[in-house]
Ligand binder design. Structure first.
Ligand code: EPU
Length: 417
């Protein structure tokens, strides 16, 4: 097990450069197999989730080379074979291979995907999209066999604006015959990033970033060059860190508009903040005001920033309310924050955080990726030593987190127990 040892209470200053977005990269890598020639994806973060997807591509026979932050994928040698369970279950995004392989070869066999344990994560909307396009879905004990003679464009209405289902519907329909319309689509920037990549290959997609996406099917896609957008969740995490312990901590190489809901909340709290064209500088501010937050799909307050911001809410003077509307089990960080000294009540899908409370270091567990990020922030704020266990979860999504934090003055070390 990997652990992080943090000696907290240090003031952090300098610049943290944000990496390419995990949740874009994990869609772009499988998407590359839809092309009939090589693609280059730039600004891909070196995190275990992108490694796991490259492993699946290599298992299928693709040739992959990595040059600094770029990945070159040659899909011409791919063979469509069943993806083994141990590869499918490593991460949620493995199921983008379901749609990419179905879209290209009209058949796919693999298992139910993995991902953080943050509540039920059904894939019914994805399967509904495949069926709408004419595919037959056979499920047996979490094993899926999905196939079609032909895929025909269809009208797909998503019951909720699911990011994963929108991406899967896009990947499965770009080569279908005729027009597909995805209604109630997710509007996340990662969906736009994927549509831009596919259009670069020759796809005909309009409306990505709105709730109605139209896809005119094409016969052939050619590889192209594309770039991953900056990771808005990594950016948001470090901006929150600046508000906790920063002394002009600059978070650079970002698209501030992508985290506007976060910066609006920070302004409401009274955080000392400067927002530039591609950076944000934050500093620790005394007497922060409490706020009410409710998670929502983009452009609302991101569920992935809900846990990180809880660390900051412990430092607001008064009672903040935080409501999680996307996942049913995304408060597993709370008992550990309480262990550090936070005053938090859980009421079903809401928590009430009353501050300001001093935090004192202790041994705490990263139960999932963003819970881990929250606990690292809390450990950096806390006095004394904090040990965060199970940080494998965090390394799935934050590139070079130890190096980046050390660079700005944190006392933090990665250990193996
Ligand atoms: N849902 C269904 N049926 C479906 C799909 C989703 O009921 O077929 C429900 C889910 O159970 C959940 C909600 O809809 O309650 C939203 O799920 P969504 O499909 O949007 O999430 P996702 O695609 O599984 C992606 C990110 C998550 C991020 C959500 C935000 C990736 C690989 N994952 O998940 O990222 O929280 O969108 O909606 O892109 C993370 O990075 O820590 C992370 C969990």
């Amino acid at each position: 097990m990997k652990t992080l040892e943090i000696n907290g209470g240090k003031e952090l200053s300098g610049t943290i450069r944000i990496s390419g977005a995990k949740n874009s990269s994990v869609a772009l890598i499988p998407a590359a197999l839809l092309a009939d020639s090589e693609s280059t994806i730039c600004n891909v973060p070196e995190i275990t989730d992108t490694d796991s997807l490259c492993e699946i591509l290599e298992f299928l026979g693709a040739k992959i080379s990595r040059a600094s932050e770029s990945i070159i994928i040659d899909p011409t040698t791919i063979e469509n074979k069943e993806i083994p369970k141990e590869l499918s279950t490593k991460l949620r995004a493995s199921y983008y291979f379901m749609s990419a392989l179905l879209g290209k070869y009209k058949s796919v066999e693999m298992y139910f995907p993995g991902g953080c344990n943050i509540g039920a994560r059904p894939i019914d909307q994805t399967l509904k999209s495949f069926r709408a396009l004419g595919a037959i879905v056979e499920e047996d004990n979490n094993h899926y066999k999905i196939y079609a003679d032909r895929l025909k464009g269809a009208h797909i209405y998503l019951d909720m604006p699911s990011v994963g289902a929108t991406i899967n519907a896009l990947l499965a329909s770009v080569k279908a015959e005729g027009e597909t319309v995805i209604e109630n689509a997710a509007k996340e920037p990662e969906v736009v990033n994927l549509a831009t990549f596919l259009n670069g290959m020759g796809a005909k997609i309009t409306g990505a970033g709105t709730s109605e996406i139209r896809i005119k099917g094409v016969n052939k896609l050619n590889g192209c060059n594309t770039e991953v957008i900056p990771d808005r969740i990594e950016a948001g995490t470090y901006v929150i860190l600046g508000a906790l312990v920063g002394n002009k901590l600059k978070v650079d190489n970002i698209i501030p508009e992508h985290i506007e809901m976060l910066t609006l909340k920070l302004k409401e709290m009274g955080v000392d903040m400067e927002i530039g064209s591609d950076y944000i500088v934050t500093s620790k501010t005394d007497n922060l005001r409490p706020v009410n937050i409710k998670t929502q799909g983009y452009p609302g307050f991101a569920t992935d920033l809900q846990q990180p911001i809880t660390a900051l809410l412990t430092q607001c003077v008064g009672k903040s309310t935080l409501e999680e509307t996307i996942y049913e089990n995304r408060f597993q960080n709370v008992p550990y924050l309480q262990k550090l000294g936070a005053n938090i009540e859980i009421d079903n899908r809401k928590i009430y955080v009353t501050g300001k409370t001093p935090l004192t270091g202790d041994r705490i567990e990263a139960t999932d990726l963003r819970a881990g990020a929250c606990l690292i922030l809390a450990g950096l704020k806390a006095s004394g030593k904090t040990v965060v266990t199970n940080v494998e979860h965090v390394l799935r999504g934050y590139e070079n987190i130890v190096e980046k934090l050390t660079e700005v003055g944190a006392d933090i070390a990665l250990n193996e127990e």
